[in-house]
Design a protein around this ligand. Structure first.
Ligand SMILES: [Zn+2]
Length: 420
């Protein structure tokens, strides 16, 4: 098993969730099971309608908690999207001898599972880095076990495109497709119980709309979906992660519209900067006046506004950084060797990087640290200095994605290699 980086933020440690399954009856015969990721069970005259199924490694605990309240078989399952913490945990919820449930998902989910199959190794590396800082730690985050890049054990049996209304045992569910963190998102409203299930379009922190290692996110469509949800004025909001909001329509509306405003503001200001005639260079991102909301559910704990802005630029612009030399760049080690030669040697760069990070210039320090390691990957003094720089950068990071990517840079520095 690989060693975890000291500064990794281990949100995927199963130990963190041993006692973390809560179940609440949020509306009549409606149970919200809260764990790392949440799932909902609507008990109807014909059986359960489940929204999501949790992470496979925890769904047994979730099913056990649910079964203390109801013995009904699972009639229908709706996956809010195809991520590992939502669509892979159905099996323990099924009761012995029951008929196979109908499993509903948006049609874009099929392409998602196919993309996973095409990019399995890449996804293992980036998820290792994102969740435990170690890109080779496929076996160190037990919750993301085998199968996460395959089709789920219980794949969808019914696909829909834009909207779908489903009635089970006289209870109606209105399903809507949206693009947000993923392009296959479903959110749903149950008018009979005035309950809204948002999936990951609502979570406990700033939207995961900028993730630096992953496919395109859609913050503008995300904001539209949040406004459609708010227009329903639901009494109860059940988010994909975090605590439910029960019987409080005003707070729910504030939360949905507040998140929509946050996303729209980042998008609008980014487009304004892009239209300013600037090439999509990193400097324009630094100059965007990003909102700094105070609401606890909009804090940059996981993703951050700066990444969302870059994700907007990626969608509307091309891949070029706007820096002429980076149109057809030299190899990183060749450039680093030139720079090291000019200043004397790689150790000089590394020493300056350490001084800069002490002065609070973390961004600048890391550029020099990268050049130092690229120029002299075998030099132990350089390795140590670069590891120190990134350890401090990781410790200072607010959002988990930055913290873990910087922590993985510590691992790389200690092994004398660059990100591949
Ligand atoms: Zn999730």
């Amino acid at each position: 098993m690989s060693q975890k980086a000291a500064n990794a933020v281990p949100i995927f440690d199963v130990d963190n969730f041993d006692a973390g399954v809560d179940i609440t009856e949020v509306a009549e015969d409606t149970y919200q099971c809260t764990s790392f990721a949440n799932c909902t069970a609507f008990d109807t005259a014909e059986g359960l309608v489940m929204v999501d199924t949790g992470l496979a490694a925890l769904s047994e605990h979730m099913a056990e908690a649910l079964r203390a309240h109801t013995d009904s078989p699972v009639h229908t399952v709706i996956y809010t999207h195809g991520h590992v913490d939502h669509a892979y945990g159905l099996e323990p919820f099924l009761v012995d001898g029951q008929a196979p449930p109908t499993v509903i998902a948006n049609e874009a989910m099929a392409d998602r599972f196919d993309r996973y199959a095409q990019t399995k190794q890449y996804n293992e590396v980036i998820n290792g880095r994102q969740f435990s800082a170690d890109p080779e730690a496929a076996d160190s985050h037990d919750l993301m076990d085998e199968g996460m890049f395959e089709w789920p054990e219980h794949p969808p049996t019914t696909w829909y495109s834009d909207d779908l209304t489903v009635t089970v045992g006289d209870t109606t569910f209105e399903l809507h497709h949206a693009r947000g963190e993923t392009d296959d998102a479903t959110w749903l409203y149950c008018p009979d119980r005035d309950v809204l299930c948002s999936g990951d379009l609502v979570t406990a922190s700033a939207p995961n709309a900028g993730n630096p290692q992953k496919v395109q996110r859609y913050p503008w469509d995300w904001a539209d979906a949040l406004r459609e949800m708010a227009a329903l004025d639901p009494a109860t909001l059940l988010p994909g992660h975090g605590q439910p909001a029960v019987d409080d329509p005003e707070a729910i509306e504030r939360r949905l519209l507040g998140c929509a405003d946050y996303l729209d503001t980042v998008v609008d200001r980014t487009l304004e900067a892009l239209n300013d005639g600037a090439p999509p260079h990193v400097d324009i991102v630094r100059d965007i006046d990003l909102p700094e909301p105070e609401e606890p559910w909009l804090q940059s704990e996981y993703d951050c506004g700066e990444f969302i802005a870059r994700n907007v630029i990626r969608y509307y612009g091309g891949w070029w950084t706007g820096r002429p030399s980076e149109l057809k760049p030299a190899r990183r080690d060749a450039l680093a060797a030139e720079i090291a030669d000019l200043v004397g040697d790689a150790e000089t760069l590394a020493t300056r990087a350490e001084a800069l990070i002490e002065e609070g210039e973390g961004r600048l320090a890391c550029h020099l640290a990268d050049y130092a390691l690229e120029a002299a990957p075998e030099d132990e003094a350089v390795q140590t200095a670069v590891a120190n720089v990134y350890e401090e950068r990781a410790a200072a990071a607010e959002d988990m994605m930055s913290a873990n990517i910087f922590a993985s840079a510590v691992l790389y520095a200690n092994e004398g290699r660059s990100f591949r």
